[in-house]
Design a protein around this ligand. Sequence first.
Ligand code: DGP
Length: 126
Amino acid sequence: MDCIFCKIIDGSIPSKKVYEDEAVYAFHDINPLAPVHVLVIPKMHIDSMDKVSADNAEYVKKVFLAIPKIAEELGLKNGYRLISNCGEDGCQSVKHLHFHILGGKKLEEKLVSRFGLKCFVPFHQD
Ligand code: DGP
């Protein structure tokens, strides 16, 4: 399967790993939108949140169990935001289920404005 994140898991595309166990892989986003921007993915290929089912929920559970550990390792003591874009309207660009951990500063309160979904704006350190 031609999936960037499967290639990151198998090492054929390099990544800056922050966490790995038998079912979960986490790495720094190539285009950070916050001082900390990490992607957490199941090693099993699942296209998106829409494809989560009883058959693969065990892998998703392992991702959720790993997220607090990863956040702690990243030093996100004061909180963080977790996002999973899904499908066309959710602006999902990589079709392998992933969760963005964003933090390291006080984030904007609103993710969605009444004019529609706010576009992600690349982060620049002040
Ligand atoms: P989304 O738009 O929710 O599908 O997010 C996909 C994210 O994946 C996006 O923030 C950029 C990141 N990304 C895409 N390709 C690569 C890559 O090759 N390496 C890394 N580290 N991140 C990538």
